[in-house]
Design a protein around this ligand. Structure first.
Ligand SMILES: Nc1ncnc2c1ncn2[C@@H]1O[C@H](COP(=O)(O)OP(=O)(O)OP(=O)(O)O)[C@@H](O)[C@H]1O
Length: 515
């Protein structure tokens, strides 16, 4: 006699066996049909839409748990660019994200609408909808609603969408946000980075300098940025060091701002005199963001450089050379190498100096600073660039005289820029600049001086003034910061008397080592 329990078990077994054989038969039938019928006919037979009309979709929700979904945010920014170009979306929403410039209005779809994008010949559709949270019987409000993007595409494009399209969307949005973000300038105070917006609007186009030198710097940066794999494979820190040197007022700080604005890299202007210990320096370096520039201005005054001044037996090369220098150059460079080698992101180190000859030879030896950029006195080419930029003139009857004078006298571009900006009248401006040069040739000093504008904004501790020099006429090195409006911007007279002892030069570039 069989028990009720064993009867149930028998029925269950027989049901499973039947289901398995039906499934097996169906699979067999499908395989047989697939061999004899084309894909579309098979789909029709199995009541599926043809492969070409089968749609797949990716749902991208606004929130990922409690957090904003970054893919959704990227999709929103990307769809905004599609909407700007789409002829068929009649109604959109517009908003201006906080901190964005007036030219960065964000367009958004209204829920229920869609926009089509084409990638590698394939059409994909972005549709926005609203999804209500399960409100447990509560009345639904618009606040409960979350937005969802449905990205749909033909089944055959699934690999392309997931493998190429979505990554391209993310990369495009990343590039857009890099372009739109305002570069920041950080300066250290009491062991912390203080941030201000970088107000120096210099670009490679506004810094008057030797054209070949400018191109060499641009090319060098470009090559550096594309060589991630090289640095990874060789286990080297993905960093590039530039030593920018030249007399005061020749555009060293402006070139730093141009590099920063061009790459959208923030600048960390390290006041080494304000760093109290190597531990503090390490913390500051660790707190720097990726894709940034570490700047040490006037490096000859800022850090103890000469090895003979460093204490022997220092474990990290970081023993102060004097009470004024808590950090040494070798300590700084070693720390930078050590910390940046594991970051995997591109970083730039820039030292500026008015006195390359005063630098420790160790800094100048190959491998330390990759490229030496000499910003020289104003050559006629640079003069013409400034005159064209400020007054829109390509030629002037005084140009031949000015060209001849510039071959004979040393004058910083900053001085010329200041003269050219004294008036809106082009003729008067050129005459004022010519007067400066004539006076300089005659040995007169009345016209000397330029208004110093540093990168940093707001007061900072005064640095040691450079040693006085016999060359007269250039007022520089103000250590109290003033806002820099960039070329053509307003200016205020800085404090302090600097020097103009740099050798006469029209620009030099020296690349070192592989990047
Ligand atoms: N090469 C240049 N092209 C255009 N403008 C320049 C150039 N050099 C200097 N200027 C103008 O002079 C101002 C001061 O220049 P900048 O601070 O870049 O010179 P610097 O070489 O860094 O001087 P310092 O050695 O005294 O720090 C700039 O704000 C800019 O307006």
């Amino acid at each position: 006699m069989t028990s009720p329990n064993s009867r149930v078990l028998e029925r269950y077994k027989s049901a499973v066996t039947t289901a398995t054989s039906v499934l097996g038969a169906a699979m067999l039938l499908r395989r047989v049909l697939a061999d004899v019928l084309p894909g579309t006919a098979l789909g029709a037979l199995l009541l599926l839409p043809p492969a070409s009309s089968r749609r797949h979709a990716v749902l991208i929700e606004e929130f990922d748990g409690a957090l904003y979904n970054r893919v959704f945010m990227a999709a929103k920014a990307y769809v905004s660019t599609l909407l700007a170009a789409a002829p068929s979306v009649p109604l959109m929403k517009a908003s201006l994200p906080r901190g964005a410039g007036a030219d960065h209005v964000l367009l958004a779809m209204r829920p229920g609408t869609a926009v089509v994008d084409v990638f590698d010949g394939a059409k994909v559709t972005w549709r926005l909808s609203r999804k209500h949270d399960g409100g447990g019987g509560r009345r639904r409000t618009t606040e409960d609603a979350r937005e969802v993007f449905k990205l749909s595409f033909d089944a055959e494009h699934k690999d392309m969408v997931l493998g190429s399209y979505l990554p391209a969307v993310m990369a495009r949005v990343e590039a857009m946000s890099q372009e739109q973000r305002q570069t920041k300038l950080y300066s250290n105070e009491w062991g912390k980075w203080r941030t201000v917006r970088l107000r120096n609007a210099s670009t490679f186009a506004t810094v008057a300098m030797d054209a070949a030198l400018r191109q060499a710097v641009v090319d060098d940066l470009d090559r550096f940025l594309t060589r991630k794999e090289y640095y990874r494979q060789t286990g080297r820190a993905w960093k590039r060091g530039y030593l920018i040197h030249g007399p005061p007022g020749t555009g060293k700080s402006s070139l730093v701002a141009a590099i920063s604005n061009n790459l959208h890299f923030d600048v960390y202007d390290l006041d080494v005199g304000g760093v109290r210990s190597n531990t503090e320096l390490r913390k500051l370096l660790i707190r720097m963001k990726n894709r940034s520039i570490l700047l040490v201005e006037d490096v000859d005054c800022a850090v103890a450089t000469a090895p003979r001044r460093e204490a022997k037996g220092s474990s990290d090369g970081g023993i102060p050379a004097s009470k004024n220098h808590k950090v040494t150059l070798s300590g700084l460079l070693n720390m930078v190498d050590g910390l940046w080698s594991s970051s995997g992101h591109e970083r730039i180190l820039i030292f500026t100096t008015n006195h390359k000859d005063r630098l420790d030879p160790a800094l100048l030896r190959p491998g330390r600073m990759d490229m030496h950029v000499h910003m020289g006195y104003c050559a006629f080419v640079a003069f013409r660039e400034l005159a064209a930029k400020y007054h829109g003139i390509q030629d002037h009857p005084l140009f031949p005289e000015i060209e001849a004078l510039l071959r004979e006298v040393d004058v910083a571009p900053a001085e010329v820029a200041e003269r050219l900006l004294m008036t809106d009248d082009a003729d008067a401006a050129v005459e004022t600049a010519a007067k400066l040069l004539r006076g300089r040739k005659a040995g007169g000093g009345e016209d000397g001086g330029y208004i110093k504008q540093k990168l940093h904004v707001g007061p900072r501790r005064p640095r040691r003034a450079p040693a006085p020099s016999s060359r007269r006429g250039v007022v520089g090195a103000a250590r109290w910061a003033v806002p820099d409006e960039g070329i053509g911007g307003s200016s205020r007279r800085g404090q302090g008397r600097g020097s103009g002892t740099g050798r006469r030069g029209r620009g030099e570039v020296r690349g070192r080592g592989r990047r």
